[in-house]
Design a protein around this ligand. Sequence first.
Ligand code: HEC
Length: 478
Amino acid sequence: MRNIKWLAGILIGLALIAVFAFARGPASIKQTKADFKDSGATYAKLCADCHGADLGGGLGSNLVDGVWEISKTTPEIEKIIADGNDEAGMPAFSDQLSSGQIKNLVQFIHQQKPVQTIKAVVNVDSIEGGVVKSEVWVDGLDAPWGLVFIGPNRALITEKPGQLRQVVDGKLLPEPITGTPEVFSGGQGGLLDVAIDPDYAENSWIYLVYSHPLEPGSDKSMTKLIRGKIVENKWVQEQVLFAAKPEHYIKSRAHFGSRITFDDKGHLFFGVGDRGRQDVAQDLTRPYGKIFRLKRDGRIPKDNPFLGYSKAYPATFSYGNRNPQGLVWSDGVLWETEHGPKGGDELNVITPGTNYGWPVISYGRNYSGSELTPYTHMDGMEQPVSQWTPSIAVSGLDVVTGDMFKDWNGYLLAGALKFKELRLIKVDGSKYISEQILIKDKGRVRDVGMGPDGAIYVTLNSPGQILRLTPNNKKEDK
Ligand code: HEC
Protein backbone atom coordinates (compact mmCIF):
# COMPACT_ATOMS: atom_id res chain seq x y z
CA MET A 1 0.00 0.00 0.00
CA ARG A 2 2.63 2.51 1.09
CA ASN A 3 4.71 1.75 -1.98
CA ILE A 4 1.79 2.30 -4.27
CA LYS A 5 1.00 5.65 -2.68
CA TRP A 6 4.62 6.64 -2.99
CA LEU A 7 4.72 5.57 -6.64
CA ALA A 8 1.48 7.43 -7.37
CA GLY A 9 2.97 10.50 -5.74
CA ILE A 10 6.01 10.36 -8.00
CA LEU A 11 3.86 9.80 -11.08
CA ILE A 12 1.59 12.72 -10.26
CA GLY A 13 4.65 14.84 -9.61
CA LEU A 14 6.19 13.87 -12.93
CA ALA A 15 2.91 14.52 -14.71
CA LEU A 16 2.67 17.97 -13.16
CA ILE A 17 6.23 18.80 -14.17
CA ALA A 18 5.49 17.57 -17.69
CA VAL A 19 2.31 19.59 -17.94
CA PHE A 20 4.08 22.61 -16.52
CA ALA A 21 7.02 22.24 -18.89
CA PHE A 22 4.72 21.69 -21.84
CA ALA A 23 2.63 24.70 -20.95
CA ARG A 24 5.72 26.82 -20.51
CA GLY A 25 7.34 25.60 -23.68
CA PRO A 26 11.10 25.70 -24.16
CA ALA A 27 12.94 27.71 -21.57
CA SER A 28 14.05 30.27 -24.15
CA ILE A 29 10.44 31.35 -24.87
CA LYS A 30 8.90 33.91 -22.61
CA GLN A 31 5.17 33.39 -22.43
CA THR A 32 3.31 35.72 -20.17
CA LYS A 33 -0.36 36.48 -19.73
CA ALA A 34 0.31 39.98 -20.96
CA ASP A 35 1.66 38.57 -24.21
CA PHE A 36 -1.46 36.60 -24.71
CA LYS A 37 -3.72 39.56 -24.10
CA ASP A 38 -1.63 41.53 -26.54
CA SER A 39 -2.22 38.96 -29.26
CA GLY A 40 -5.49 40.62 -30.21
CA ALA A 41 -3.69 43.94 -30.57
CA THR A 42 -0.81 42.30 -32.45
CA TYR A 43 -3.29 40.70 -34.78
CA ALA A 44 -5.10 44.01 -35.36
CA LYS A 45 -1.79 45.75 -36.07
CA LEU A 46 -0.01 43.21 -38.25
CA CYS A 47 -2.58 40.84 -39.73
CA ALA A 48 -6.02 42.48 -39.87
CA ASP A 49 -5.31 44.47 -43.03
CA CYS A 50 -5.00 41.27 -45.04
CA HIS A 51 -6.93 38.65 -43.07
CA GLY A 52 -9.77 40.95 -41.96
CA ALA A 53 -10.39 42.57 -38.57
CA ASP A 54 -12.70 39.69 -37.73
CA LEU A 55 -10.31 37.10 -39.23
CA GLY A 56 -12.90 36.51 -41.94
CA GLY A 57 -10.39 36.99 -44.75
CA GLY A 58 -9.57 39.63 -47.33
CA LEU A 59 -6.37 39.65 -49.32
CA GLY A 60 -5.27 36.77 -47.08
CA SER A 61 -7.41 33.75 -46.30
CA ASN A 62 -10.13 33.31 -43.71
CA LEU A 63 -8.40 32.13 -40.53
CA VAL A 64 -11.48 31.01 -38.60
CA ASP A 65 -13.35 28.80 -41.05
CA GLY A 66 -11.33 25.68 -40.12
CA VAL A 67 -9.92 25.47 -43.66
CA TRP A 68 -6.11 25.47 -43.81
CA GLU A 69 -4.62 25.44 -47.25
CA ILE A 70 -0.92 25.91 -46.68
CA SER A 71 -0.37 25.00 -43.06
CA LYS A 72 -2.23 22.16 -41.40
CA THR A 73 -0.82 21.60 -37.92
CA THR A 74 -0.21 24.22 -35.27
CA PRO A 75 3.61 24.12 -35.74
CA GLU A 76 3.07 24.55 -39.49
CA ILE A 77 0.83 27.54 -38.89
CA GLU A 78 3.49 29.00 -36.58
CA LYS A 79 6.11 28.37 -39.25
CA ILE A 80 4.26 30.18 -42.02
CA ILE A 81 3.75 33.18 -39.76
CA ALA A 82 7.48 33.21 -38.92
CA ASP A 83 8.85 32.44 -42.38
CA GLY A 84 6.03 33.63 -44.63
CA ASN A 85 5.18 32.17 -48.00
CA ASP A 86 6.42 34.25 -50.90
CA GLU A 87 4.43 32.40 -53.50
CA ALA A 88 1.13 32.83 -51.68
CA GLY A 89 1.87 36.43 -50.73
CA MET A 90 2.12 35.86 -46.98
CA PRO A 91 4.89 38.00 -45.48
CA ALA A 92 7.37 36.69 -42.89
CA PHE A 93 7.09 38.00 -39.33
CA SER A 94 10.09 36.37 -37.59
CA ASP A 95 11.92 39.69 -37.38
CA GLN A 96 8.93 41.44 -35.79
CA LEU A 97 7.60 38.71 -33.52
CA SER A 98 9.36 36.34 -31.11
CA SER A 99 8.46 32.68 -31.42
CA GLY A 100 6.55 33.08 -28.13
CA GLN A 101 4.49 35.87 -29.56
CA ILE A 102 3.79 33.76 -32.63
CA LYS A 103 2.66 30.84 -30.45
CA ASN A 104 0.33 33.17 -28.59
CA LEU A 105 -0.95 34.58 -31.83
CA VAL A 106 -1.82 31.12 -33.11
CA GLN A 107 -3.57 30.28 -29.85
CA PHE A 108 -5.47 33.53 -30.20
CA ILE A 109 -6.48 32.62 -33.76
CA HIS A 110 -7.63 29.17 -32.66
CA GLN A 111 -9.83 30.73 -30.00
CA GLN A 112 -11.67 33.10 -32.32
CA LYS A 113 -15.11 32.09 -33.48
CA PRO A 114 -16.01 32.11 -37.15
CA VAL A 115 -17.98 35.16 -38.14
CA GLN A 116 -20.58 35.57 -40.78
CA THR A 117 -19.95 38.97 -42.31
CA ILE A 118 -22.89 40.72 -43.89
CA LYS A 119 -21.97 41.26 -47.51
CA ALA A 120 -22.53 44.72 -48.91
CA VAL A 121 -25.41 45.15 -51.34
CA VAL A 122 -23.88 46.03 -54.71
CA ASN A 123 -24.72 45.71 -58.43
CA VAL A 124 -28.45 46.14 -57.89
CA ASP A 125 -30.68 45.69 -60.96
CA SER A 126 -33.03 48.44 -62.00
CA ILE A 127 -36.62 47.66 -62.98
CA GLU A 128 -37.46 51.29 -63.64
CA GLY A 129 -39.63 52.05 -66.63
CA GLY A 130 -41.06 48.67 -67.41
CA VAL A 131 -42.92 48.28 -64.13
CA VAL A 132 -43.79 51.67 -62.68
CA LYS A 133 -44.84 54.96 -64.09
CA SER A 134 -43.95 58.13 -62.18
CA GLU A 135 -45.59 61.53 -62.33
CA VAL A 136 -44.95 64.72 -60.39
CA TRP A 137 -47.80 64.93 -57.89
CA VAL A 138 -46.76 68.10 -56.02
CA ASP A 139 -44.08 70.60 -56.97
CA GLY A 140 -42.54 73.72 -55.46
CA LEU A 141 -41.84 72.44 -51.95
CA ASP A 142 -38.93 73.66 -49.84
CA ALA A 143 -36.89 70.62 -48.73
CA PRO A 144 -39.85 68.36 -47.92
CA TRP A 145 -39.01 65.79 -45.21
CA GLY A 146 -42.11 63.80 -44.28
CA LEU A 147 -45.47 63.01 -45.84
CA VAL A 148 -48.63 61.50 -44.39
CA PHE A 149 -52.18 61.20 -45.70
CA ILE A 150 -54.89 62.31 -43.28
CA GLY A 151 -57.75 61.49 -45.62
CA PRO A 152 -58.36 60.05 -49.06
CA ASN A 153 -57.48 63.34 -50.75
CA ARG A 154 -55.65 65.20 -48.04
CA ALA A 155 -51.98 64.97 -47.05
CA LEU A 156 -49.60 66.76 -44.71
CA ILE A 157 -46.02 67.50 -45.68
CA THR A 158 -43.24 68.81 -43.47
CA GLU A 159 -40.70 71.18 -44.96
CA LYS A 160 -37.36 71.08 -43.17
CA PRO A 161 -37.12 74.88 -42.65
CA GLY A 162 -40.22 74.59 -40.43
CA GLN A 163 -43.48 74.72 -42.39
CA LEU A 164 -46.24 72.16 -42.18
CA ARG A 165 -48.02 72.17 -45.56
CA GLN A 166 -51.26 70.69 -46.75
CA VAL A 167 -52.13 69.09 -50.07
CA VAL A 168 -55.83 68.85 -50.92
CA ASP A 169 -56.99 67.03 -54.05
CA GLY A 170 -53.46 67.07 -55.39
CA LYS A 171 -53.05 70.84 -54.87
CA LEU A 172 -50.55 72.36 -52.46
CA LEU A 173 -52.34 74.95 -50.31
CA PRO A 174 -50.37 78.21 -50.34
CA GLU A 175 -50.78 78.84 -46.60
CA PRO A 176 -48.84 76.61 -44.20
CA ILE A 177 -50.52 75.44 -40.98
CA THR A 178 -50.08 78.23 -38.44
CA GLY A 179 -48.98 77.81 -34.83
CA THR A 180 -46.49 74.99 -35.32
CA PRO A 181 -43.44 75.27 -33.05
CA GLU A 182 -40.26 77.14 -33.90
CA VAL A 183 -37.66 74.72 -35.16
CA PHE A 184 -33.87 74.82 -35.14
CA SER A 185 -33.27 75.00 -38.87
CA GLY A 186 -29.69 74.44 -39.93
CA GLY A 187 -27.50 71.62 -41.10
CA GLN A 188 -29.63 68.50 -40.86
CA GLY A 189 -31.98 70.08 -38.34
CA GLY A 190 -35.50 71.32 -38.90
CA LEU A 191 -39.05 70.10 -39.00
CA LEU A 192 -38.61 66.38 -39.58
CA ASP A 193 -41.29 63.69 -39.66
CA VAL A 194 -45.08 63.86 -39.44
CA ALA A 195 -47.36 60.91 -38.61
CA ILE A 196 -50.97 60.36 -37.65
CA ASP A 197 -52.38 58.28 -34.85
CA PRO A 198 -53.48 54.77 -35.90
CA ASP A 199 -56.90 55.85 -34.55
CA TYR A 200 -56.77 59.24 -36.25
CA ALA A 201 -60.36 58.96 -37.50
CA GLU A 202 -61.54 58.96 -33.86
CA ASN A 203 -58.97 61.15 -32.09
CA SER A 204 -57.38 63.46 -34.74
CA TRP A 205 -53.89 63.29 -33.16
CA ILE A 206 -51.01 64.31 -35.40
CA TYR A 207 -47.40 63.67 -34.35
CA LEU A 208 -44.42 65.85 -35.23
CA VAL A 209 -40.76 65.27 -34.55
CA TYR A 210 -38.35 68.17 -35.01
CA SER A 211 -35.09 69.84 -34.04
CA HIS A 212 -36.00 71.95 -31.06
CA PRO A 213 -33.87 74.97 -30.06
CA LEU A 214 -33.24 75.09 -26.31
CA GLU A 215 -34.49 78.68 -26.27
CA PRO A 216 -35.85 80.76 -29.14
CA GLY A 217 -32.91 81.44 -31.48
CA SER A 218 -30.54 79.17 -29.54
CA ASP A 219 -27.99 77.15 -31.48
CA LYS A 220 -28.29 74.37 -28.91
CA SER A 221 -30.88 71.92 -30.09
CA MET A 222 -32.26 68.44 -29.69
CA THR A 223 -34.82 66.16 -31.33
CA LYS A 224 -38.26 66.61 -29.74
CA LEU A 225 -41.55 64.75 -30.22
CA ILE A 226 -44.95 66.39 -29.86
CA ARG A 227 -48.54 65.75 -30.86
CA GLY A 228 -51.39 68.12 -31.56
CA LYS A 229 -54.42 68.67 -33.75
CA ILE A 230 -55.21 70.85 -36.71
CA VAL A 231 -58.34 72.95 -36.45
CA GLU A 232 -59.10 75.51 -39.17
CA ASN A 233 -55.55 75.40 -40.46
CA LYS A 234 -54.16 75.97 -36.97
CA TRP A 235 -51.91 73.70 -34.86
CA VAL A 236 -53.67 73.38 -31.45
CA GLN A 237 -53.81 71.27 -28.25
CA GLU A 238 -50.07 70.58 -28.40
CA GLN A 239 -48.66 67.98 -25.99
CA VAL A 240 -44.96 67.24 -25.47
CA LEU A 241 -44.30 63.49 -25.63
CA PHE A 242 -40.51 63.48 -25.51
CA ALA A 243 -38.01 66.21 -24.74
CA ALA A 244 -34.38 65.69 -23.73
CA LYS A 245 -32.98 67.20 -20.52
CA PRO A 246 -31.71 70.77 -21.11
CA GLU A 247 -28.10 69.66 -20.51
CA HIS A 248 -28.45 67.29 -23.45
CA TYR A 249 -29.17 70.07 -25.92
CA ILE A 250 -25.97 70.59 -27.89
CA LYS A 251 -24.56 72.80 -30.62
CA SER A 252 -24.27 70.06 -33.24
CA ARG A 253 -26.24 70.53 -36.50
CA ALA A 254 -26.04 66.84 -37.40
CA HIS A 255 -27.77 63.47 -36.92
CA PHE A 256 -31.14 64.32 -35.36
CA GLY A 257 -32.75 61.07 -36.58
CA SER A 258 -35.83 60.72 -37.05
CA ARG A 259 -38.95 58.87 -38.16
CA ILE A 260 -42.14 57.97 -36.32
CA THR A 261 -43.93 54.63 -36.52
CA PHE A 262 -46.53 52.70 -34.47
CA ASP A 263 -46.99 49.04 -33.62
CA ASP A 264 -50.35 47.33 -33.04
CA LYS A 265 -49.94 47.34 -29.23
CA GLY A 266 -50.36 51.06 -28.66
CA HIS A 267 -46.67 51.98 -28.88
CA LEU A 268 -44.94 54.73 -30.81
CA PHE A 269 -41.30 54.50 -31.91
CA PHE A 270 -38.92 57.22 -33.07
CA GLY A 271 -35.17 57.51 -33.47
CA VAL A 272 -32.51 60.07 -32.55
CA GLY A 273 -29.04 60.07 -34.14
CA ASP A 274 -25.67 60.38 -32.41
CA ARG A 275 -25.57 64.16 -33.15
CA GLY A 276 -22.15 63.56 -34.71
CA ARG A 277 -20.62 62.67 -31.36
CA GLN A 278 -20.17 58.94 -32.09
CA ASP A 279 -19.24 57.35 -28.72
CA VAL A 280 -22.31 58.76 -26.99
CA ALA A 281 -24.43 56.27 -28.96
CA GLN A 282 -23.08 53.64 -26.51
CA ASP A 283 -23.89 55.78 -23.45
CA LEU A 284 -27.26 54.83 -21.99
CA THR A 285 -27.34 57.96 -19.86
CA ARG A 286 -27.60 60.16 -22.94
CA PRO A 287 -30.34 60.40 -25.54
CA TYR A 288 -28.19 60.11 -28.68
CA GLY A 289 -27.95 57.19 -31.07
CA LYS A 290 -31.13 55.58 -29.73
CA ILE A 291 -34.51 54.25 -30.77
CA PHE A 292 -37.18 55.27 -28.25
CA ARG A 293 -40.51 53.65 -27.45
CA LEU A 294 -43.43 55.43 -25.81
CA LYS A 295 -47.14 54.98 -25.46
CA ARG A 296 -48.97 57.21 -27.89
CA ASP A 297 -49.77 59.71 -25.12
CA GLY A 298 -46.10 59.87 -24.09
CA ARG A 299 -46.28 57.57 -21.06
CA ILE A 300 -43.51 55.02 -20.63
CA PRO A 301 -44.42 51.38 -21.32
CA LYS A 302 -43.91 49.26 -18.17
CA ASP A 303 -41.77 46.74 -20.04
CA ASN A 304 -39.32 49.17 -21.64
CA PRO A 305 -35.91 47.48 -21.50
CA PHE A 306 -33.83 49.98 -19.50
CA LEU A 307 -36.23 50.90 -16.69
CA GLY A 308 -33.94 49.07 -14.25
CA TYR A 309 -31.15 51.48 -15.08
CA SER A 310 -32.17 54.70 -13.39
CA LYS A 311 -29.78 56.93 -15.35
CA ALA A 312 -31.10 55.88 -18.76
CA TYR A 313 -33.87 57.76 -20.50
CA PRO A 314 -36.81 55.49 -19.69
CA ALA A 315 -38.03 55.63 -23.28
CA THR A 316 -34.80 53.97 -24.52
CA PHE A 317 -35.59 50.90 -26.60
CA SER A 318 -32.30 50.23 -28.43
CA TYR A 319 -28.90 51.93 -28.67
CA GLY A 320 -25.76 52.14 -30.77
CA ASN A 321 -27.82 53.48 -33.72
CA ARG A 322 -25.81 56.07 -35.67
CA ASN A 323 -28.47 58.11 -37.47
CA PRO A 324 -31.86 56.45 -37.93
CA GLN A 325 -33.59 57.86 -41.01
CA GLY A 326 -36.13 55.15 -41.76
CA LEU A 327 -38.39 53.38 -39.28
CA VAL A 328 -41.43 51.28 -40.01
CA TRP A 329 -43.28 48.62 -38.09
CA SER A 330 -44.72 45.87 -40.22
CA ASP A 331 -46.25 42.56 -39.30
CA GLY A 332 -44.48 42.24 -35.97
CA VAL A 333 -41.08 43.49 -37.19
CA LEU A 334 -39.62 46.93 -36.50
CA TRP A 335 -37.44 47.81 -39.50
CA GLU A 336 -34.91 50.63 -39.34
CA THR A 337 -32.47 52.16 -41.81
CA GLU A 338 -29.57 54.24 -40.59
CA HIS A 339 -26.77 56.18 -42.21
CA GLY A 340 -23.29 54.74 -41.90
CA PRO A 341 -20.27 57.05 -42.22
CA LYS A 342 -18.40 56.33 -45.49
CA GLY A 343 -20.00 52.97 -46.20
CA GLY A 344 -21.93 50.84 -43.77
CA ASP A 345 -25.47 52.16 -44.22
CA GLU A 346 -27.61 49.62 -42.40
CA LEU A 347 -30.95 47.89 -42.54
CA ASN A 348 -31.70 46.69 -39.01
CA VAL A 349 -34.42 44.77 -37.24
CA ILE A 350 -34.88 46.61 -33.96
CA THR A 351 -35.50 44.51 -30.85
CA PRO A 352 -35.79 45.66 -27.22
CA GLY A 353 -32.61 46.35 -25.28
CA THR A 354 -30.32 45.61 -28.20
CA ASN A 355 -27.00 47.33 -28.90
CA TYR A 356 -26.47 47.95 -32.62
CA GLY A 357 -22.80 48.63 -32.07
CA TRP A 358 -22.12 52.13 -33.39
CA PRO A 359 -19.31 53.27 -33.31
CA VAL A 360 -17.56 50.19 -31.88
CA ILE A 361 -18.48 48.03 -34.85
CA SER A 362 -19.29 49.26 -38.34
CA TYR A 363 -18.90 48.26 -41.96
CA GLY A 364 -18.04 51.87 -42.76
CA ARG A 365 -14.93 54.00 -42.58
CA ASN A 366 -14.31 57.63 -41.63
CA TYR A 367 -15.31 60.19 -44.26
CA SER A 368 -11.60 60.78 -44.83
CA GLY A 369 -11.32 57.12 -45.82
CA SER A 370 -9.22 56.24 -42.77
CA GLU A 371 -10.16 53.34 -40.54
CA LEU A 372 -12.95 54.07 -38.09
CA THR A 373 -12.89 50.78 -36.25
CA PRO A 374 -11.21 47.46 -37.04
CA TYR A 375 -14.35 45.62 -35.95
CA THR A 376 -17.45 44.67 -37.88
CA HIS A 377 -18.53 42.19 -35.16
CA MET A 378 -18.48 41.98 -31.43
CA ASP A 379 -20.12 39.87 -28.79
CA GLY A 380 -23.16 41.62 -27.39
CA MET A 381 -23.63 43.80 -30.47
CA GLU A 382 -26.17 43.13 -33.16
CA GLN A 383 -25.42 42.80 -36.86
CA PRO A 384 -27.49 44.59 -39.48
CA VAL A 385 -29.67 42.31 -41.61
CA SER A 386 -28.14 44.02 -44.63
CA GLN A 387 -25.66 46.82 -45.33
CA TRP A 388 -24.80 49.18 -48.15
CA THR A 389 -21.12 49.91 -48.85
CA PRO A 390 -20.65 52.35 -50.51
CA SER A 391 -23.39 54.26 -48.72
CA ILE A 392 -26.53 54.98 -50.70
CA ALA A 393 -27.57 57.46 -47.95
CA VAL A 394 -30.73 55.70 -46.83
CA SER A 395 -33.70 57.87 -45.99
CA GLY A 396 -37.37 57.08 -45.55
CA LEU A 397 -38.74 53.57 -45.24
CA ASP A 398 -42.17 52.08 -45.75
CA VAL A 399 -43.87 48.78 -46.48
CA VAL A 400 -45.89 48.05 -49.62
CA THR A 401 -49.56 47.45 -48.82
CA GLY A 402 -52.81 47.53 -50.78
CA ASP A 403 -54.05 46.22 -54.11
CA MET A 404 -52.21 48.43 -56.56
CA PHE A 405 -48.87 46.67 -56.03
CA LYS A 406 -50.22 43.35 -54.79
CA ASP A 407 -47.20 41.29 -55.86
CA TRP A 408 -44.98 43.37 -53.61
CA ASN A 409 -47.10 43.35 -50.46
CA GLY A 410 -44.81 43.17 -47.44
CA TYR A 411 -41.75 44.37 -49.38
CA LEU A 412 -39.88 47.39 -48.03
CA LEU A 413 -39.42 50.66 -49.90
CA ALA A 414 -36.22 52.50 -49.01
CA GLY A 415 -35.23 55.93 -50.26
CA ALA A 416 -31.65 56.94 -51.02
CA LEU A 417 -30.52 60.56 -50.96
CA LYS A 418 -27.06 60.25 -52.44
CA PHE A 419 -27.89 57.54 -54.96
CA LYS A 420 -31.17 59.32 -55.89
CA GLU A 421 -33.00 56.02 -55.90
CA LEU A 422 -35.96 54.20 -54.50
CA ARG A 423 -35.10 50.62 -53.57
CA LEU A 424 -37.64 47.82 -53.40
CA ILE A 425 -36.45 45.29 -50.82
CA LYS A 426 -37.79 41.76 -50.65
CA VAL A 427 -37.84 40.45 -47.08
CA ASP A 428 -39.11 37.27 -45.48
CA GLY A 429 -40.18 37.70 -41.86
CA SER A 430 -37.19 39.53 -40.44
CA LYS A 431 -34.78 38.27 -43.12
CA TYR A 432 -33.37 40.26 -46.01
CA ILE A 433 -33.71 38.50 -49.37
CA SER A 434 -32.81 40.88 -52.22
CA GLU A 435 -33.48 44.31 -53.65
CA GLN A 436 -34.06 46.18 -56.91
CA ILE A 437 -34.02 49.81 -58.00
CA LEU A 438 -37.53 51.09 -58.63
CA ILE A 439 -36.74 54.64 -59.73
CA LYS A 440 -33.46 56.43 -60.29
CA ASP A 441 -32.13 59.95 -60.87
CA LYS A 442 -35.36 61.82 -60.23
CA GLY A 443 -33.82 63.57 -57.23
CA ARG A 444 -32.56 62.96 -53.70
CA VAL A 445 -35.19 60.71 -52.09
CA ARG A 446 -36.05 61.85 -48.56
CA ASP A 447 -39.18 59.88 -47.78
CA VAL A 448 -41.50 57.27 -49.20
CA GLY A 449 -44.97 56.15 -48.24
CA MET A 450 -48.09 54.40 -49.47
CA GLY A 451 -51.12 56.53 -50.30
CA PRO A 452 -54.71 55.62 -49.49
CA ASP A 453 -55.19 55.01 -53.23
CA GLY A 454 -52.47 52.32 -53.14
CA ALA A 455 -49.94 54.41 -55.10
CA ILE A 456 -46.38 54.94 -53.84
CA TYR A 457 -45.53 58.55 -52.94
CA VAL A 458 -41.88 59.56 -53.09
CA THR A 459 -40.72 62.75 -51.40
CA LEU A 460 -37.73 64.37 -53.12
CA ASN A 461 -35.57 66.71 -51.09
CA SER A 462 -34.36 68.40 -54.25
CA PRO A 463 -36.12 69.31 -56.43
CA GLY A 464 -38.80 69.80 -53.76
CA GLN A 465 -41.34 67.44 -55.26
CA ILE A 466 -43.54 64.52 -54.47
CA LEU A 467 -43.75 61.81 -57.11
CA ARG A 468 -46.66 59.42 -57.47
CA LEU A 469 -45.80 55.93 -58.69
CA THR A 470 -48.40 53.64 -60.24
CA PRO A 471 -48.08 50.38 -62.15
CA ASN A 472 -47.08 50.80 -65.77
CA ASN A 473 -49.76 48.85 -67.60
CA LYS A 474 -48.69 49.94 -71.05
CA LYS A 475 -48.48 46.80 -73.21
CA GLU A 476 -45.25 46.30 -75.10
CA ASP A 477 -45.53 47.17 -78.80
CA LYS A 478 -45.31 44.16 -81.03
C1 HEC B 1 0.16 41.54 -46.86
C2 HEC B 1 -0.95 40.69 -46.52
C3 HEC B 1 -0.79 39.72 -45.36
C4 HEC B 1 -0.47 40.02 -44.06
C5 HEC B 1 -0.14 41.39 -43.47
C6 HEC B 1 -0.57 38.77 -43.33
N1 HEC B 1 -0.93 37.77 -44.15
FE1 HEC B 1 -1.17 35.83 -43.67
N2 HEC B 1 -1.44 35.37 -45.59
C7 HEC B 1 -1.55 36.26 -46.63
C8 HEC B 1 -1.80 35.56 -47.86
C9 HEC B 1 -2.03 36.21 -49.23
C10 HEC B 1 -1.85 34.20 -47.54
C11 HEC B 1 -2.13 33.04 -48.46
C12 HEC B 1 -3.60 33.06 -48.79
C13 HEC B 1 -4.28 31.77 -48.92
O1 HEC B 1 -3.95 30.84 -48.18
O2 HEC B 1 -5.21 31.74 -49.71
C14 HEC B 1 -1.63 34.12 -46.10
C15 HEC B 1 -1.62 32.94 -45.40
C16 HEC B 1 -1.59 32.87 -44.03
C17 HEC B 1 -1.73 31.65 -43.29
C18 HEC B 1 -1.91 30.27 -43.86
C19 HEC B 1 -3.36 30.00 -44.10
C20 HEC B 1 -3.69 28.61 -44.59
O3 HEC B 1 -4.79 28.46 -45.10
O4 HEC B 1 -2.88 27.71 -44.48
C21 HEC B 1 -1.69 31.98 -41.97
C22 HEC B 1 -1.83 31.06 -40.78
C23 HEC B 1 -1.52 33.40 -41.89
N3 HEC B 1 -1.46 33.91 -43.16
C24 HEC B 1 -1.45 34.12 -40.72
C25 HEC B 1 -1.14 35.46 -40.67
C26 HEC B 1 -0.91 36.18 -39.45
C27 HEC B 1 -1.05 35.61 -38.05
C28 HEC B 1 -0.57 37.44 -39.80
C29 HEC B 1 -0.17 38.57 -38.90
C30 HEC B 1 0.98 38.36 -38.06
C31 HEC B 1 -0.60 37.51 -41.25
N4 HEC B 1 -0.96 36.31 -41.73
C32 HEC B 1 -0.35 38.67 -41.96
C33 HEC B 1 -1.41 37.64 -46.53
C34 HEC B 1 -1.07 38.32 -45.40
